[in-house]
Design a binder for this molecule. Structure first.
Ligand SMILES: C[S@@+](CC[C@H](N)C(=O)[O-])C[C@H]1O[C@@H](n2cnc3c(N)ncnc32)[C@H](O)[C@@H]1O
Length: 292
């Protein structure tokens, strides 16, 4: 990349061209994001092309450009990701929230809003950046949300993200799956656990395999290790009429439904994402089934 480009708009055009040449999937969008980030300007200011570009900004942009060419995710470069219309801090050590996970939040909010009780207890297992927990907490102020993750780095991001999004009704605890909540039970348990088969990890996009934490992705040999553990333990932590919501990986629905049935849980429904993939499983405990 040349460094003596005088205007923001000129930089945008040069960066887009370079990204396109390097096979970056959305060259214009990513160039826009990085130029705005490096120059500290909005999109509108970028297109007005009226801002001053100094040497320092050029150096920052050049460094971001090189990191992106090494396929570091753009969200790690800017330090933030959008999820459910909210902004979340992300960086090395935490999974970047994915758009398909918004379905899990939408369904959780729908279920919680349909309940009659004033206060509801919600547990988010494998919270990562805290995106699911903070979004539910912000959308349903009467919810008392607890969220767990084994990674100290993830918990650090999650705490900051709840604060940034003014979600005061959520607490984060570090630990293995249900361990941090002891004998407590919940009206709603949600989880987007690691679900990639260990053998498939190396073949993921370079942005994912090279940068995102392995512990956020690796679901064991068949990708189902976390579903087994969560489904086995969930019945002890669900209230009488409690519901469990799980995000699923592509092609895992049948196997997860089988494990659920062995654990005494019933699949109430499965929601497909925009690509037609069975993405969210809604499960009920034995008490609800008894009443049906
Ligand atoms: C697929 S990521 C989901 C993150 C976030 N909920 C989201 O949807 O973006 C899975 C998360 O599970 C966490 N994790 C892995 N093993 C765990 C364990 N034994 N107990 C709790 N969390 C675990 C990882 O640190 C990671 O943050």
């Amino acid at each position: 990349m040349k460094t003596a480009v005088p205007s923001a708009y000129g930089l945008l055009r040069e960066l887009s061209r370079a990204f396109r040449g390097e096979g970056i999937e959305e060259p214009e969008r990513e160039a826009e994001i990085l130029v705005c980030h490096a120059l500290g300007i909005s999109r509108t200011e970028l297109y007005m092309d009226a801002c001053h570009v100094d040497e320092r900004a050029l150096r920052v942009l050049d460094s971001l450009f090189r990191r992106r060419l090494r396929r570091e995710p753009i969200e790690y470069l800017t330090g933030c990701a959008e999820f459910y219309g909210m902004r979340f801090r992300v960086g090395p050590g935490v999974l970047i929230p994915r758009p398909e996970t918004e379905m899990l939040v939408e369904e959780a909010v729908r279920i919680l809003n349909a309940r009659k009780s004033a206060a509801v207890d919600v547990l988010d297992i494998c919270t990562g950046s805290g995106c699911i927990a903070a979004a539910i907490a912000a959308e349903v102020p009467s919810a008392r949300v607890v969220a767990t993750d084994i990674s100290a780095a993830a918990i650090g991001y999650a705490v900051e993200n709840a604060r940034l999004n003014s979600a005061g009704n959520v607490v984060f605890v570090q630990g293995d799956l249900f361990d941090p909540v002891g004998g407590r039970d919940f009206h709603l348990i949600v989880s987007n656990p690691p679900y990639v088969k260990s053998g498939d990890l190396a073949g993921l996009q370079r942005e994912v395999s090279g940068y995102e934490p392995r512990e956020a992705l690796d679901g064991g040999e068949d990708g189902l290790g976390f579903y087994r553990r969560i489904l086995e333990e969930a019945p002890q932590h669900l209230r009488e009429d409690g519901v469990l919501l799980l995000e699923l990986g592509a092609g895992q629905c049948g196997a997860v439904a089988e494990i659920a049935s062995e654990c005494g849980l019933r699949v109430a429904r499965v929601l497909k994402d925009l690509a037609g993939i069975e993405r969210v499983m809604v499960l009920e405990g034995p008490a609800v089934q008894g009443r049906a």
